[in-house]
Design a binder for this molecule. Structure first.
Ligand code: NI
Length: 174
């Protein structure tokens, strides 16, 4: 089931999400719902706080080659255990900040450890878009948005745009 995505600014996007102590069917359903919501958007990553759930869960699928099979990954309690010194810059966007794209520089490669929906521990090295996307999503779990990497003035301008967008959307609904 698709879930509504929270748009910035919203206090729920600034909170620290709690670790998942034990997997439950509710959490597995949440991961499925988040993947469905992400694909429908469409997007390549989504973090639980973006649908109002303050738990450490992210979903990603950064396969972008046409015709390549999808690779949905749900990560519970994801942790970056190593980052490269080498950096890369990508134009990032966020489903909670629609239609805004800005360059962000991050470590080019990361090692990530997480718990999969079956409760098994996984570890994998990611680079390219996958690395950027996973770092962006894990930031959400710490209440951090990609615009927090931008200069304050730019960030304020974007936030004002989002306030206006939310007002317009609320008016359309009314
Ligand atoms: Ni995001």
């Amino acid at each position: 089931m698709k879930r509504p995505i929270i748009i910035h600014p919203d206090p729920r996007l600034k909170k620290l999400a709690a670790p998942v102590p034990d997997l439950s069917d509710d959490l597995r359903v949440l991961a499925e719902d988040m993947l469905e919501t992400m694909y429908a958007a469409p997007g390549i990553g989504l973090a639980a706080p973006q649908v109002g759930e303050l738990v450490r869960l992210v979903v990603v699928d950064c396969v972008k080659e046409d015709g390549a099979p999808p690779r949905p990954i749900a990560m519970f309690n994801p942790e970056i255990t190593a980052s490269s010194d080498e950096v890369s810059t990508y134009e990032e966007g966020c489903l909670s900040i629609p239609e805004i794209y800005e360059d962000v520089t991050r470590p080019a490669a990361v090692t990530v450890r997480w718990i999969d929906p079956d409760g098994n521990e996984q570890q994998e090295d990611f680079d390219g878009l996958w690395s950027t996307c996973i770092q962006h999503e894990i930031d959400h779990l710490d209440g951090k948005l990609f615009i927090d990497y931008l200069k304050p003035l730019k960030r304020q301008l974007i936030t004002r745009k989002m306030v206006k967008l939310k007002r317009e959307r609320a008016r359309e609904k009314a």
